[in-house]
Design a binder for this molecule. Structure first.
Ligand code: EPU
Length: 442
């Protein structure tokens, strides 16, 4: 949306029906853009969504001398890193607080320039979101790290050298950090405890197109043989499975019927199982997936979020809204982020019955148990939500608030919706196309 409006007034109760198309995944596209820094020639990335996280990374690349222009095809970016240079502190700092992506610039910049600087990191306020794994990874490759009040300065006076790296938790970002650093490091890197999300596999596809040698072993082991030179790539980005899951739940919760164009089955296998268990129906089409509510009661489920191939943490927030409509008690145990239930306060205000617990409910003990983190939710349904004035706390929580308002009886005013455009392309136009009853305000 052209964000002159940051508030949406929604009249709930209408089923969403129709088709929306999803493009490249936010969590791949932004990393693919960083990977272009490693090439000696321009890269072409296709299916890039128009979202603010892409604009942030574009800005950061530009201050480092990369030119980023639109290609002929809609959603195509051409990234030319031929004149990469050190950015001025003030230029990088202008992006401080807007994204966590700058940390992934470090490996590529250390290779190209021997130094890197990253400002304080932002991103969604969902737990502490530390960068200790990233810094340890970079130190393993030989980077010298200096913490300043304004950010972190790094250098690699003797170049970066392949290393044995073991992650204490299969972090998506830290795995990407290893990949983006190891491909040009001298010698061999062996990563154990790697994350293997589909977005990471697609980043590996891109790096291989550029000339990298990467082997993905069983048991979360990835081996990378460093090479001297990488070229640009041409790549069509993997679809956004988080956006796809969000619209799927919007169909279910509003008792509607939505075709999500561009969605594919393999990357959504785990989501589809849960969608079916809750009582939703889906059909795999050639060019997307159709999701609908077949009538009757929704059923409660017990789930734990987990790293891939588990149930993604980003799917949890929309799903919780649908679970307020299920007949019985559901449990959602969040094991990836320690604080990802802030968004339920608004649902409770709208009439949902949800309790949050510090204990690990739902099956396994996780690393947040006995550590005072509110990370298990018990949802009792069914509840008829009613309209309220709510303020969006973060990206995924924000989309779940939209779904809640769309299902509620009466009118809701949802504020701070600008955050949602960090990761959902044209969501206002899509809501309109699906027949939602709303107007923009304030
Ligand atoms: N962690 C650390 N230290 C680190 C890095 C991570 O303790 O140095 C912890 C985190 O605090 C968290 C866990 O490890 O508890 C997992 O974090 P991970 O590094 O896997 O997440 P990320 O790379 O920061 C990406 C996505 C998230 C998505 C997660 C999990 C991007 C830009 N973000 O974050 O997406 O939830 O992986 O799949 O790729 C979103 O799209 O809304 C979003 C938050």
């Amino acid at each position: 949306m052209g964000l002159h409006h940051d508030k949406i007034v929604i009249n709930g109760g209408r089923p969403l029906r129709g088709r929306v198309d999803v493009r490249g995944a936010k969590n791949l596209v932004t990393k693919a853009m960083v990977a272009a820094l490693l090439g000696e020639s321009p890269s072409v990335l296709r299916d890039v969504p128009d979202i603010s996280d892409v604009r942030v990374v574009k800005g950061l690349l530009e201050v480092h001398g990369v030119t980023v222009v639109a290609g002929d095809e809609d959603g195509e970016l051409i990234l030319d890193p031929v004149d990469v240079e050190s950015a001025h502190f003030a230029a990088i700092d202008a992006h401080a607080g807007s994204s966590r992506i700058p940390i992934l610039f470090c490996g590529p910049l250390l290779h190209r320039l021997g130094q890197a600087f990253i400002p304080d990191l932002g991103g969604c306020r969902i737990g502490d979101r530390p960068i200790d794994f990233h810094l340890d990874v970079l130190r393993n490759f030989g980077a010298v790290i200096e913490k300043l009040p304004s950010g972190i300065r790094m250098s690699a006076p003797d170049g970066l050298v392949g290393a044995k790296v073991s992650l204490p938790y299969p972090s998506v970002g830290a795995t990407e950090q290893v990949l983006l650093t190891a491909v040009r490091a001298k010698g061999i890197t062996e990563l154990t405890g790697a994350a293997i999300e589909p977005e990471i596999m697609d980043l590996i596809n891109i790096l291989q197109k550029m000339g990298a040698i990467i082997t993905v072993d069983t048991d979360r082991v990835i081996r990378i043989e460093g090479v001297d030179r990488l070229e640009g790539y041409t790549h069509r980005a993997l679809f956004d499975r988080n956006e796809a899951a969000s619209w799927a739940v919007a169909a279910l919760a509003t008792e509607g019927d939505i075709v999500v164009g561009g969605a594919k089955q393999a990357e959504m296998l785990t989501f589809l199982n849960i969608f079916r268990k809750v009582g939703g129906q889906f059909e795999i089409l050639d060019d997307g997936i159709r999701f609908w509510h077949p009538g009757g009661d929704l059923k409660p489920v017990v789930i734990e979020t987990d790293v891939h191939p588990g149930f993604m943490t980003d799917w949890q927030q929309p799903l919780v809204v649908a679970l307020t409509k299920a007949q019985g008690v559901s449990i959602v145990h969040e094991t990836v982020y320690e604080q990802r239930f802030g968004f339920v306060d608004a649902l409770i205000e709208m009439g949902a019955t949800i309790q949050i617990h510090k204990e690990c409910l739902g099956g396994h003990a996780c690393r947040f148990g006995r550590r005072n983190f509110d990370h298990s939710a018990v949802i009792s349904g069914p509840s008829q939500l009613h309209g309220a004035d709510i303020v969006v706390p973060d990206l995924r929580g924000g989309f779940s608030h939209l779904i809640a308002a769309l299902t509620a009886e009466g009118t809701s005013t949802v504020s701070n919706v600008g955050i949602i455009s960090r990761g959902y392309e044209n969501f206002i136009m899509k809501l309109e196309a699906l027949g939602a009853d709303f107007h923009l305000a304030g």
